[in-house]
Design a protein around this ligand. Structure first.
Ligand code: NAD
Length: 503
């Protein structure tokens, strides 16, 4: 492996003279959205919503209580029969109308998302585009459901399988893709005929509230409810609530455990999309230039705050030198900055001070352990929670940086000698969300993909998604699927009706 000098990158591009991303007129009502209206309650405790690229407070939302959740669940219960009775075509038309409404506000939604997360506008626009496509896909898929054939499977008895909505779904979303992760739940939940209460991340509620504002007139009251608040209070009440039939969370492993425990009391269904630590296994016959340029995107998209990020490279020792040189070359040219600083910005800040401290803590400990920094390696100047795009090399097997989800702009590089060893080490993490294999050998591509314990395996690619194909993990990454018809199935129940027709 080559030795490359320490380099913290070109710094953070600022936009002192550019107009603000949003004005107060762009903000959604800073309230809960329950039973078709934004609630004006008594003065409540408020949560600061911060722009992580400037550290300025851009809004304050009420801190939801257990009573706020109870009120929203009651509205969802009251609205469920009417929504469930609609035939698929009718719900499909509503979902298409939602998609059209969002499409008419793409720029606003992207600017709001960037203001609240610090992510580059190109990333926010991509999020909004995928959000719209998720609604369109689910609007189509719900009209084309398939199942086993009705027929006589026991003598003189006709079996018919019904697919029914579950009722009320609780949805809890993270801060990394606030609108998109909401859409991955909302679109199939609504298409399948359920009503819902969503609690967005306390750090990033703005696009979820804007979504509610934009589509309020398209959905009957009670079908969509939004309650702001912290996980330990509002989230915990939603997970335990006896009238919630299923709880769906995208978040950390710790939150997944808490939600599953809270759900156990009522034995409600649980749907968990948790963390990832995606291995990228590069064999000697792979193209190192293609892999390095793909990892420029797949490792640093959304500043690496991405559960499928290509963050843990296992490269064959024979091409490790060339690969690292190319990867470092790619990473050093990444444009880091505020979203306002230009259309070409590729990497924004960490979402919060706490997350910035967590990511830089991993880097400090890695350096103390003797891991070598080939690019980046630490914080960039503030204001804002910026971390330099980083490549760590000579990472020993089992090192913390290569096992734990850092969730920042950090790629670790380890080397291997044998295929068997590569598979064993790739699987040797508690998470199982996604992985990639890089080889020109078809036998190896299939054999290795089949043995990798991850819910998505890319071959000669990484982080490419489509609404038609499922997303979700194994092991510590949780269970249940987002996107695709599998997500639609997850939010329904099958009922067997058997008719005795013997004369
Ligand atoms: P987080 O777990 O801190 O928060 C996620 C949500 O859970 C928030 O709304 C939070 O308020 C809520 N929450 C926290 N504790 C809770 C509790 N006890 N009960 C109920 N709700 C609770 O996660 P985060 O920091 O917002 O997001 C980052 C994590 O999300 C990462 O681990 C990442 O890998 C994961 N993620 C996974 C996917 C996926 O598709 N698998 C996608 C995006 C993010």
């Amino acid at each position: 492996m080559t030795t490359t000098a320490h380099h913290t990158g070109a710094g953070v591009r600022r936009a002192a003279d550019a107009p603000p991303l949003i004005t107060s007129a762009d903000l959604p009502p800073a309230r809960h959205f329950v039973d078709g209206a934004f609630l004006d309650g008594a003065p409540e405790r408020l949560i600061d919503v911060v722009d992580p690229s400037t550290e300025e407070v851009i809004a304050r939302v009420p801190e939801g209580t257990a009573e706020d959740i109870d009120r929203a669940v009651a509205a969802a219960v009251a609205g469920k029969d009417r929504w469930a009775r609609l035939v698929p075509r009718e719900r499909s038309e509503v979902l298409h109308a939602v998609a059209d409404r969002l499409a008419g506000h793409t720029d606003l939604l992207a600017r709001l998302e960037s203001a609240n997360t610090g992510k580059p506008l190109a990333v926010s626009r991509d999020d909004v585009g995928m959000t719209i496509d998720t609604f369109r896909f689910m609007a189509g898929a719900v009209r084309a459901s398939t199942s086993m054939a009705a027929g006589d499977y026991a003598e003189h008895h006709l079996s018919v399988i019904l697919r029914e909505p579950l009722g009320v779904i609780g949805v809890i979303t993270p801060w990394n893709y606030p609108l998109l992760m909401a859409a991955w739940k909302l679109a199939p939940v609504l298409a399948a005929g359920n009503t819902l209460v969503i609690k967005p991340s306390e750090q990033t509620p703005l696009t979820t509230l804007k979504f509610a504002e934009l589509v309020a007139d398209l959905l009957p009251p009670g079908v969509l409810n939004v309650v702001n608040g912290h996980g330990a209070v509002a989230g915990a009440r939603l997970a335990e609530h006896p009238d919630v039939n299923m709880i769906a969370l995208t978040g950390s492993v710790a939150s997944g455990r808490a939600v599953a425990r809270a759900a156990a009391g009522s034995l409600k269904r649980v749907h968990l999309e948790l963390g990832g630590k995606a291995p990228v296994v590069i064999f000697p016959d792979a193209d190192p230039a293609a892999a390095a340029s793909a990892l420029r995107v797949a490792g640093f998209w959304n500043a690496g705050q991405e559960c499928g990020a290509a963050c843990r490279v296992l490269v064959h020792e024979s091409i490790a030198g060339e690969f690292v040189e190319r990867l470092v070359g790619e990473v050093r040219t990444l444009a880091v900055g505020e979203p306002r600083a230009g259309e070409d910005i590729e990497v924004g800040p960490m979402v919060s001070r706490a997350h910035f401290d967590r990511v830089t803590g991993f880097l400090e400990r890695a350096k103390a352990e003797g891991v070598r920094v080939a690019a980046g390696g630490g914080a960039l100047e503030g204001p804002g929670f910026f971390v330099a795009p980083t490549v760590l090399v000579d990472v020993p097997e089992g090192a913390e940086a290569a096992r734990e989800e850092i969730f920042g702009p950090v790629i670790t590089v380890e080397t291997f000698t044998e295929e068997e060893e590569a598979v064993r080490r790739a699987n040797d993490v508690p998470l199982g969300l996604s992985a990639s294999v890089w080889t020109e050998n078809a036998r190896r591509a299939h054999a290795v993909a089949a043995r990798l314990d991850f819910g998505t395996v890319w071959v000669n690619s990484h982080l490419v998604l489509a609404s038609e194909v499922p997303w979700g993990g194994f092991k510590g990454s949780g269970y249940g699927r987002d996107l695709s018809v599998y997500a639609l199935d997850d939010y329904t129940r099958t009922k067997h009706v058997m008719h005795n027709h013997e004369r």
